[in-house]
Design a protein around this ligand. Structure first.
Ligand code: PAF
Length: 323
């Protein structure tokens, strides 16, 4: 007997006639564990789109950098070979230069300030710049304020950080700032970091508490200093290849799901900030809680002249002025 193959159009018609709906599975990637802040935000997003589209869309999650480093994943989303990435802005400036401004050290006063800026007109404007580069920002999620860890000594002030070889993100704004602290910045994709710390290729690294916790850096780093030297925003980015196929109603579902994901991810950052430091102490880390922030701010002042030239003093001031 001859087998009859159905064309996709015939298949869709068959689904429609039978009342069974076609299902699209979207691949979402991020750097840390499914239980981490990125995992909590991504899971919320996935649950919401599945509910909101009555199961027509669902996700397959790829935590723990299973789809590569953040830079690779952003590129894949831009190309349409990956559907979604929940990523820090660290490598995003390499695709959308205007975004680099939000990675300036000591730009944001605290979480309230940072979230207000990212959710307000400045953040919306940056999302538009991303769209022009083939990246649909569904929401500003969050990585958190970054703190330093190392295997050599306690960092109480900027001069203590001087001479330490530290892994940084592939982000020139960070690197220029950290050089003013005397740090020797060593850019490296995150998936290589644990081994580099374990083998002593670098002395330290800097990341928010949720990353330090979920990546178990307490196993390979003795000292943690709550430097909070830079806020690390994150974005939930969808490929235009998917976005352009969505109906207007589904676009709304995705945007609402993005908002809920951002809220859940930020709440997890809050919870980890509140409870994670005690956990890291229990795990054996020595924590400096009262860091001399002024010594870091003073040190970074010359880099601000460079930032003003690159981004415009008025743009930096506009972010600082948000209340
Ligand atoms: O350090 C980094 O590269 C980022 O903070 C991380 C851990 C990938 C999360 O965005």
């Amino acid at each position: 007997m001859m087998k009859q193959l159905l064309t996709p159009v015939a298949l869709a018609a068959l689904f429609a006639a039978s009342g069974v709906q076609a299902q699209t599975v979207l691949k979402i990637g991020y750097a840390t564990a499914v239980t981490s802040h990125y995992g909590v935000g991504s899971t919320t997003f996935c649950d919401e789109i599945e509910k909101g589209t009555q199961g027509r869309y669902k996700c397959q999650q790829f935590p723990n950098s299973a789809l590569g480093g953040e830079r690779e994943q952003i590129e894949a989303v831009q190309l349409g070979t990956q559907d979604l990435v929940n990523t820090s802005t660290g490598p995003l400036g390499n695709f959308v230069p205007e975004v680099k401004i939000v990675d300036i050290p000591f730009l944001f006063r605290d979480y309230d300030h940072a979230r207000k800026v990212m959710d307000g007109p400045i953040g919306q404007d940056l999302s538009k710049k991303m769209e022009a580069k083939g990246l649909v920002n569904l929401a500003w999620t969050e990585n958190g304020f970054r703190h330093m860890t190392n295997s050599k000594r306690a960092i109480n002030q900027a001069s203590d950080a001087s001479g330490l070889k530290m892994r940084t993100m592939e982000n020139k704004v960070h690197m220029d700032g950290y050089k003013t602290f005397g740090i020797l910045p060593t850019p490296m994709p995150f998936p290589e970091l644990f081994t580099a710390l374990q083998q002593g290729t670098v002395d330290g690294q800097e990341n928010p508490i949720p990353v330090i916790l979920s990546s178990k850096f307490s196993q390979v780093q003795k000292h943690l200093s709550l430097t909070g030297h830079v806020y690390s925003p994150a974005a939930l980015i969808l490929s235009p290849a998917v976005w352009n196929k969505l109906s207007a109603a589904d676009k709304q579902v995705f945007l609402e799901a993005g908002k809920k994901a951002a809220a859940a991810q930020r709440k997890k950052v809050n919870d980890d900030e509140a409870n994670g430091i005690a956990q890291l102490e229990k795990d054996g880390m020595q924590v400096v809680k009262q860091v001399n922030g002024e010594s870091f701010r003073k040190a970074v002042a010359p880099a601000y002249q460079q930032y003003a030239k690159e981004f415009g003093a008025d743009k930096i001031a506009a972010i600082q002025a948000v209340k």
